[in-house]
Design a protein around this ligand. Structure first.
Ligand SMILES: *Cc1c(COP(=O)(O)O)cnc(C)c1O
Length: 385
Protein backbone atom coordinates (compact mmCIF):
# COMPACT_ATOMS: atom_id res chain seq x y z
CA UNK A 1 0.00 0.00 0.00
CA UNK A 2 1.10 3.58 -0.69
CA UNK A 3 2.69 5.38 2.25
CA UNK A 4 1.68 8.91 1.21
CA UNK A 5 -1.91 9.81 0.36
CA UNK A 6 -2.39 10.44 -3.39
CA UNK A 7 -4.90 13.28 -3.75
CA UNK A 8 -7.37 13.04 -6.59
CA UNK A 9 -6.01 16.35 -7.97
CA UNK A 10 -3.37 18.92 -7.18
CA UNK A 11 -2.71 22.20 -9.01
CA UNK A 12 0.52 22.38 -10.99
CA UNK A 13 2.28 25.49 -9.66
CA UNK A 14 5.91 26.33 -10.55
CA UNK A 15 8.43 28.59 -8.79
CA UNK A 16 7.95 30.87 -11.82
CA UNK A 17 4.22 31.13 -11.05
CA UNK A 18 5.01 32.02 -7.44
CA UNK A 19 7.55 34.67 -8.48
CA UNK A 20 5.08 36.16 -10.98
CA UNK A 21 2.44 36.55 -8.23
CA UNK A 22 5.09 38.09 -5.93
CA UNK A 23 5.93 40.61 -8.64
CA UNK A 24 2.29 41.64 -8.93
CA UNK A 25 2.13 42.01 -5.14
CA UNK A 26 5.20 44.25 -5.22
CA UNK A 27 3.93 46.31 -8.17
CA UNK A 28 1.35 48.31 -6.22
CA UNK A 29 -1.56 47.18 -8.48
CA UNK A 30 -3.04 43.88 -7.31
CA UNK A 31 -6.66 43.95 -8.48
CA UNK A 32 -7.89 43.93 -12.10
CA UNK A 33 -5.29 45.73 -14.19
CA UNK A 34 -2.64 45.13 -16.84
CA UNK A 35 -2.23 41.39 -16.09
CA UNK A 36 -5.97 40.74 -16.39
CA UNK A 37 -6.13 42.38 -19.81
CA UNK A 38 -2.96 40.59 -20.90
CA UNK A 39 -4.54 37.29 -19.81
CA UNK A 40 -7.73 38.06 -21.75
CA UNK A 41 -5.71 38.77 -24.89
CA UNK A 42 -3.52 35.69 -24.46
CA UNK A 43 -6.63 33.53 -23.95
CA UNK A 44 -8.23 34.89 -27.13
CA UNK A 45 -4.99 34.25 -28.98
CA UNK A 46 -4.79 30.67 -27.68
CA UNK A 47 -8.42 29.75 -28.42
CA UNK A 48 -8.85 31.90 -31.52
CA UNK A 49 -11.83 33.63 -29.89
CA UNK A 50 -12.82 37.10 -31.12
CA UNK A 51 -12.79 38.29 -27.53
CA UNK A 52 -12.51 37.09 -23.93
CA UNK A 53 -13.65 38.60 -20.63
CA UNK A 54 -11.98 37.43 -17.39
CA UNK A 55 -14.31 36.85 -14.45
CA UNK A 56 -14.05 35.72 -10.82
CA UNK A 57 -15.30 32.16 -11.56
CA UNK A 58 -17.19 30.21 -14.20
CA UNK A 59 -20.23 30.49 -11.92
CA UNK A 60 -19.86 34.29 -12.00
CA UNK A 61 -19.54 34.09 -15.79
CA UNK A 62 -22.78 32.11 -16.01
CA UNK A 63 -24.53 34.57 -13.69
CA UNK A 64 -23.67 37.60 -15.84
CA UNK A 65 -24.44 35.56 -18.97
CA UNK A 66 -28.00 34.82 -17.80
CA UNK A 67 -28.39 38.50 -16.91
CA UNK A 68 -27.00 39.61 -20.29
CA UNK A 69 -29.43 37.29 -22.09
CA UNK A 70 -32.29 38.61 -19.94
CA UNK A 71 -33.28 35.15 -18.69
CA UNK A 72 -35.93 35.24 -15.99
CA UNK A 73 -39.32 34.00 -14.82
CA UNK A 74 -41.24 32.05 -17.44
CA UNK A 75 -38.08 31.11 -19.34
CA UNK A 76 -36.68 27.60 -19.70
CA UNK A 77 -33.00 26.70 -19.98
CA UNK A 78 -31.94 23.26 -21.26
CA UNK A 79 -28.84 21.73 -19.66
CA UNK A 80 -27.79 18.28 -18.44
CA UNK A 81 -28.45 17.17 -14.86
CA UNK A 82 -25.05 15.46 -15.02
CA UNK A 83 -23.13 18.69 -14.35
CA UNK A 84 -21.83 20.84 -11.54
CA UNK A 85 -24.70 22.42 -9.57
CA UNK A 86 -23.74 26.02 -10.32
CA UNK A 87 -25.54 26.39 -13.67
CA UNK A 88 -28.77 24.92 -12.34
CA UNK A 89 -28.57 27.03 -9.16
CA UNK A 90 -28.23 30.21 -11.21
CA UNK A 91 -31.05 29.31 -13.59
CA UNK A 92 -33.23 28.76 -10.53
CA UNK A 93 -32.06 31.95 -8.79
CA UNK A 94 -32.88 33.89 -11.97
CA UNK A 95 -36.46 32.66 -11.60
CA UNK A 96 -36.22 30.53 -14.75
CA UNK A 97 -36.81 26.77 -15.02
CA UNK A 98 -34.05 24.23 -15.71
CA UNK A 99 -35.05 21.51 -18.17
CA UNK A 100 -32.72 18.51 -18.13
CA UNK A 101 -31.56 16.76 -21.29
CA UNK A 102 -30.34 13.20 -20.73
CA UNK A 103 -26.78 12.24 -21.65
CA UNK A 104 -25.07 9.51 -23.62
CA UNK A 105 -24.40 6.64 -21.23
CA UNK A 106 -20.71 6.34 -22.14
CA UNK A 107 -19.61 9.92 -22.89
CA UNK A 108 -21.79 11.72 -20.29
CA UNK A 109 -22.70 14.36 -22.87
CA UNK A 110 -25.95 15.75 -24.25
CA UNK A 111 -26.66 15.67 -27.98
CA UNK A 112 -29.09 17.30 -30.42
CA UNK A 113 -31.10 14.07 -30.10
CA UNK A 114 -31.49 14.38 -26.30
CA UNK A 115 -31.97 18.16 -26.38
CA UNK A 116 -34.67 18.29 -29.07
CA UNK A 117 -37.49 16.74 -26.97
CA UNK A 118 -36.78 19.31 -24.22
CA UNK A 119 -37.47 22.31 -26.48
CA UNK A 120 -40.66 24.29 -25.92
CA UNK A 121 -41.97 27.73 -26.81
CA UNK A 122 -40.42 28.94 -23.52
CA UNK A 123 -36.89 27.71 -24.23
CA UNK A 124 -34.47 30.64 -24.25
CA UNK A 125 -31.06 29.02 -23.83
CA UNK A 126 -29.21 25.71 -24.21
CA UNK A 127 -26.12 25.03 -22.04
CA UNK A 128 -24.32 21.85 -23.15
CA UNK A 129 -21.39 20.68 -20.97
CA UNK A 130 -18.12 19.51 -22.53
CA UNK A 131 -17.36 16.65 -20.15
CA UNK A 132 -14.04 15.56 -18.65
CA UNK A 133 -11.90 17.27 -21.33
CA UNK A 134 -13.73 15.76 -24.29
CA UNK A 135 -16.41 17.67 -26.22
CA UNK A 136 -20.06 17.66 -27.16
CA UNK A 137 -20.91 17.20 -30.85
CA UNK A 138 -21.71 20.89 -31.34
CA UNK A 139 -22.68 21.23 -35.03
CA UNK A 140 -26.09 19.52 -34.78
CA UNK A 141 -26.84 21.50 -31.59
CA UNK A 142 -25.78 24.77 -33.25
CA UNK A 143 -28.15 24.02 -36.14
CA UNK A 144 -30.96 23.18 -33.74
CA UNK A 145 -30.41 26.38 -31.70
CA UNK A 146 -30.27 28.51 -34.86
CA UNK A 147 -33.45 26.95 -36.30
CA UNK A 148 -35.34 27.55 -33.05
CA UNK A 149 -33.84 31.01 -32.37
CA UNK A 150 -32.49 29.90 -28.98
CA UNK A 151 -29.21 31.12 -27.43
CA UNK A 152 -26.38 28.62 -26.96
CA UNK A 153 -23.62 28.87 -24.32
CA UNK A 154 -21.07 26.08 -23.87
CA UNK A 155 -20.02 25.11 -20.36
CA UNK A 156 -16.30 24.69 -21.10
CA UNK A 157 -15.20 24.33 -17.45
CA UNK A 158 -13.51 21.00 -18.34
CA UNK A 159 -12.37 21.99 -21.81
CA UNK A 160 -9.35 24.34 -21.68
CA UNK A 161 -7.32 23.18 -24.68
CA UNK A 162 -9.94 20.77 -26.06
CA UNK A 163 -10.51 20.76 -29.82
CA UNK A 164 -13.80 19.97 -31.54
CA UNK A 165 -13.20 18.96 -35.18
CA UNK A 166 -9.76 20.65 -35.01
CA UNK A 167 -11.25 23.89 -33.70
CA UNK A 168 -10.24 24.94 -30.16
CA UNK A 169 -13.23 25.27 -27.82
CA UNK A 170 -13.89 29.00 -27.32
CA UNK A 171 -13.21 29.97 -30.93
CA UNK A 172 -16.77 29.57 -32.21
CA UNK A 173 -19.93 30.67 -30.43
CA UNK A 174 -19.91 31.48 -26.70
CA UNK A 175 -18.12 29.41 -24.04
CA UNK A 176 -17.41 29.78 -20.32
CA UNK A 177 -14.19 28.35 -18.83
CA UNK A 178 -13.34 27.73 -15.15
CA UNK A 179 -9.96 28.19 -13.47
CA UNK A 180 -10.89 26.56 -10.14
CA UNK A 181 -7.89 24.70 -8.62
CA UNK A 182 -8.97 21.27 -9.85
CA UNK A 183 -9.35 22.44 -13.48
CA UNK A 184 -6.61 21.97 -16.13
CA UNK A 185 -5.63 25.63 -15.90
CA UNK A 186 -5.98 27.40 -12.56
CA UNK A 187 -5.85 30.93 -11.23
CA UNK A 188 -6.88 29.87 -7.70
CA UNK A 189 -10.41 30.92 -8.57
CA UNK A 190 -11.34 32.44 -11.88
CA UNK A 191 -13.09 32.05 -15.20
CA UNK A 192 -13.23 33.32 -18.77
CA UNK A 193 -16.09 34.10 -21.11
CA UNK A 194 -15.17 33.77 -24.81
CA UNK A 195 -17.52 34.82 -27.57
CA UNK A 196 -17.71 35.67 -31.25
CA UNK A 197 -20.52 38.15 -30.41
CA UNK A 198 -18.89 41.52 -29.56
CA UNK A 199 -22.15 43.05 -28.29
CA UNK A 200 -22.63 40.18 -25.85
CA UNK A 201 -19.03 40.56 -24.64
CA UNK A 202 -19.53 44.30 -24.07
CA UNK A 203 -22.58 43.56 -21.96
CA UNK A 204 -20.70 40.88 -19.98
CA UNK A 205 -17.80 43.28 -19.44
CA UNK A 206 -20.14 45.90 -18.05
CA UNK A 207 -22.22 43.52 -15.89
CA UNK A 208 -19.16 41.91 -14.30
CA UNK A 209 -18.03 45.30 -12.92
CA UNK A 210 -20.87 47.27 -11.31
CA UNK A 211 -22.47 48.03 -14.67
CA UNK A 212 -19.82 50.66 -15.30
CA UNK A 213 -18.59 51.19 -18.83
CA UNK A 214 -14.98 50.53 -17.76
CA UNK A 215 -12.74 48.36 -15.58
CA UNK A 216 -11.19 49.68 -12.34
CA UNK A 217 -8.01 49.93 -14.34
CA UNK A 218 -8.11 52.11 -17.40
CA UNK A 219 -4.89 52.25 -19.40
CA UNK A 220 -5.46 55.74 -20.72
CA UNK A 221 -6.24 57.01 -17.22
CA UNK A 222 -3.14 55.35 -15.72
CA UNK A 223 -5.31 53.76 -13.10
CA UNK A 224 -8.83 54.56 -11.99
CA UNK A 225 -11.43 56.21 -14.08
CA UNK A 226 -13.50 57.94 -11.41
CA UNK A 227 -15.79 59.57 -13.99
CA UNK A 228 -17.26 56.23 -15.04
CA UNK A 229 -21.00 55.98 -14.55
CA UNK A 230 -23.41 53.11 -14.05
CA UNK A 231 -24.97 52.25 -17.40
CA UNK A 232 -27.06 49.48 -15.80
CA UNK A 233 -26.89 47.81 -12.36
CA UNK A 234 -24.13 45.20 -12.42
CA UNK A 235 -22.23 42.73 -10.27
CA UNK A 236 -18.67 42.55 -8.88
CA UNK A 237 -17.07 39.62 -10.64
CA UNK A 238 -13.73 40.94 -11.95
CA UNK A 239 -10.57 38.77 -11.88
CA UNK A 240 -7.63 40.17 -9.89
CA UNK A 241 -4.16 40.67 -11.38
CA UNK A 242 -2.78 38.30 -8.72
CA UNK A 243 -4.96 35.57 -10.23
CA UNK A 244 -4.54 36.64 -13.86
CA UNK A 245 -0.75 36.43 -13.72
CA UNK A 246 -1.07 32.81 -12.58
CA UNK A 247 -3.32 32.24 -15.59
CA UNK A 248 -0.71 33.68 -17.97
CA UNK A 249 1.92 31.23 -16.73
CA UNK A 250 -0.51 28.33 -16.76
CA UNK A 251 -1.77 29.14 -20.25
CA UNK A 252 1.79 29.06 -21.60
CA UNK A 253 2.12 25.52 -20.18
CA UNK A 254 -1.43 24.33 -20.94
CA UNK A 255 -0.59 22.17 -23.97
CA UNK A 256 2.34 20.55 -22.15
CA UNK A 257 0.23 19.92 -19.03
CA UNK A 258 -2.61 18.44 -21.12
CA UNK A 259 -0.10 16.25 -22.97
CA UNK A 260 1.13 14.95 -19.62
CA UNK A 261 -2.48 14.21 -18.64
CA UNK A 262 -2.88 12.28 -21.89
CA UNK A 263 0.14 10.07 -21.13
CA UNK A 264 -1.23 9.27 -17.67
CA UNK A 265 -4.75 8.66 -19.02
CA UNK A 266 -3.37 6.22 -21.61
CA UNK A 267 -1.50 4.45 -18.82
CA UNK A 268 -4.79 4.07 -16.93
CA UNK A 269 -6.59 2.84 -20.05
CA UNK A 270 -3.96 0.22 -20.72
CA UNK A 271 -3.92 -1.13 -17.18
CA UNK A 272 -7.65 -0.98 -16.51
CA UNK A 273 -8.58 -2.68 -19.78
CA UNK A 274 -8.74 -6.16 -18.24
CA UNK A 275 -10.75 -5.15 -15.18
CA UNK A 276 -14.37 -5.70 -16.22
CA UNK A 277 -15.79 -4.09 -13.07
CA UNK A 278 -14.47 -0.61 -13.97
CA UNK A 279 -15.67 1.04 -17.14
CA UNK A 280 -13.82 4.13 -18.44
CA UNK A 281 -15.68 6.64 -20.63
CA UNK A 282 -15.85 6.20 -24.40
CA UNK A 283 -13.94 8.55 -26.69
CA UNK A 284 -15.57 10.27 -29.67
CA UNK A 285 -14.13 10.97 -33.15
CA UNK A 286 -15.26 14.63 -33.22
CA UNK A 287 -12.98 15.35 -30.24
CA UNK A 288 -9.72 15.88 -32.10
CA UNK A 289 -7.88 16.94 -28.95
CA UNK A 290 -8.88 15.68 -25.52
CA UNK A 291 -7.77 17.83 -22.56
CA UNK A 292 -8.07 14.89 -20.11
CA UNK A 293 -9.48 17.05 -17.34
CA UNK A 294 -10.76 13.95 -15.52
CA UNK A 295 -10.19 10.22 -15.72
CA UNK A 296 -13.64 8.88 -14.98
CA UNK A 297 -14.66 5.27 -14.48
CA UNK A 298 -18.01 3.73 -13.67
CA UNK A 299 -18.14 0.90 -11.15
CA UNK A 300 -20.17 -2.12 -12.19
CA UNK A 301 -22.13 -2.23 -8.94
CA UNK A 302 -24.08 -5.36 -9.95
CA UNK A 303 -20.95 -7.34 -10.59
CA UNK A 304 -18.98 -6.04 -7.59
CA UNK A 305 -21.85 -6.07 -5.11
CA UNK A 306 -20.25 -2.87 -3.82
CA UNK A 307 -21.64 0.64 -4.06
CA UNK A 308 -19.63 3.44 -5.60
CA UNK A 309 -19.42 5.17 -2.21
CA UNK A 310 -18.04 1.98 -0.66
CA UNK A 311 -15.51 1.72 -3.53
CA UNK A 312 -14.35 5.31 -2.89
CA UNK A 313 -14.09 4.73 0.88
CA UNK A 314 -12.01 1.59 0.39
CA UNK A 315 -9.65 3.36 -2.02
CA UNK A 316 -9.24 6.12 0.53
CA UNK A 317 -8.31 3.55 3.17
CA UNK A 318 -5.53 2.51 0.76
CA UNK A 319 -4.35 6.15 0.53
CA UNK A 320 -5.91 6.83 -2.88
CA UNK A 321 -8.11 9.91 -3.21
CA UNK A 322 -11.00 10.02 -5.68
CA UNK A 323 -13.57 12.55 -6.91
CA UNK A 324 -17.25 12.42 -7.82
CA UNK A 325 -18.12 14.33 -11.00
CA UNK A 326 -21.04 14.46 -10.58
CA UNK A 327 -24.03 13.44 -8.51
CA UNK A 328 -27.05 14.17 -10.74
CA UNK A 329 -28.41 17.63 -9.96
CA UNK A 330 -32.08 16.58 -10.17
CA UNK A 331 -31.50 14.02 -7.40
CA UNK A 332 -30.03 16.53 -4.93
CA UNK A 333 -32.29 17.44 -2.03
CA UNK A 334 -33.56 20.86 -3.15
CA UNK A 335 -34.11 19.94 -6.78
CA UNK A 336 -35.62 16.55 -5.97
CA UNK A 337 -38.15 18.36 -3.74
CA UNK A 338 -38.92 21.29 -6.03
CA UNK A 339 -38.70 19.77 -9.51
CA UNK A 340 -40.03 16.37 -8.46
CA UNK A 341 -38.71 14.41 -11.43
CA UNK A 342 -39.63 10.78 -10.97
CA UNK A 343 -36.87 8.16 -10.80
CA UNK A 344 -36.10 6.88 -14.27
CA UNK A 345 -36.89 10.16 -16.00
CA UNK A 346 -33.22 10.61 -16.99
CA UNK A 347 -32.07 6.98 -17.18
CA UNK A 348 -28.48 7.45 -18.43
CA UNK A 349 -27.85 10.32 -16.03
CA UNK A 350 -29.14 8.31 -13.07
CA UNK A 351 -27.24 5.15 -14.09
CA UNK A 352 -23.99 7.11 -14.14
CA UNK A 353 -24.77 9.18 -11.05
CA UNK A 354 -24.77 5.96 -8.99
CA UNK A 355 -21.59 4.52 -10.51
CA UNK A 356 -19.30 7.38 -11.44
CA UNK A 357 -15.89 7.97 -9.83
CA UNK A 358 -12.90 10.10 -10.87
CA UNK A 359 -9.46 8.54 -10.36
CA UNK A 360 -6.43 10.75 -9.54
CA UNK A 361 -5.16 12.68 -12.58
CA UNK A 362 -2.95 15.77 -12.65
CA UNK A 363 0.23 16.71 -14.54
CA UNK A 364 2.57 16.32 -11.57
CA UNK A 365 1.67 12.64 -11.10
CA UNK A 366 4.04 9.89 -12.22
CA UNK A 367 3.29 6.64 -14.02
CA UNK A 368 4.12 4.87 -10.73
CA UNK A 369 1.29 6.83 -9.12
CA UNK A 370 -1.08 5.51 -11.79
CA UNK A 371 0.13 1.96 -11.17
CA UNK A 372 -0.45 2.47 -7.43
CA UNK A 373 -4.05 3.44 -8.19
CA UNK A 374 -4.54 0.41 -10.45
CA UNK A 375 -3.13 -1.89 -7.74
CA UNK A 376 -5.44 -0.36 -5.16
CA UNK A 377 -8.45 -0.72 -7.48
CA UNK A 378 -7.64 -4.40 -7.95
CA UNK A 379 -7.22 -4.90 -4.20
CA UNK A 380 -10.53 -3.18 -3.46
CA UNK A 381 -12.40 -5.22 -6.07
CA UNK A 382 -11.08 -8.53 -4.84
CA UNK A 383 -12.54 -7.79 -1.39
CA UNK A 384 -16.21 -8.45 -2.16
CA UNK A 385 -18.75 -7.67 0.49
C1 LIG B 1 -16.14 23.63 -12.06
C2 LIG B 1 -17.36 23.68 -12.90
C3 LIG B 1 -18.15 24.82 -12.98
C4 LIG B 1 -17.98 26.01 -12.08
O1 LIG B 1 -16.73 26.59 -12.13
P1 LIG B 1 -16.31 27.68 -11.01
O2 LIG B 1 -15.14 28.37 -11.64
O3 LIG B 1 -15.94 26.87 -9.80
O4 LIG B 1 -17.44 28.56 -10.78
C5 LIG B 1 -19.21 24.83 -13.87
N1 LIG B 1 -19.49 23.77 -14.62
C6 LIG B 1 -18.77 22.63 -14.55
C7 LIG B 1 -19.15 21.49 -15.43
C8 LIG B 1 -17.70 22.54 -13.67
O5 LIG B 1 -17.02 21.40 -13.57
Amino acid sequence: MRHAFLPFSRPSITEGDIEAVAQVLRSGWITTGPKASEFEQAFSHYTGACGSVAVASATAGMHVMLAALGIGPGDEVITPSMTWVSTVNLITLAGATPVFADIDRDTLMVSARTIEPCLSSRTRLIVPVHFAGSCVDMDPIRNLARDKGVALVEDAAHAAGTQYNRCTIGRTGTAIFSFHPIKNLTTGEGGMVCSDDPDLLDRIKRLKFHGLGVDAFDRTMQGRSPQAQVLEPGYKYNLTDMAAVLGLGQLARLDAMNQRRRVLAECYQQHLMDIDEVMPLAEVPHCTRHAWHLFIVRIDTDRTGMSRDEFMARLKALNIGTGLHFRAVHQQKYFAETLGLSPGSLPNTEWNSDRICSLPLCPDMTEEDVLDVVEAVKAVLSVKC
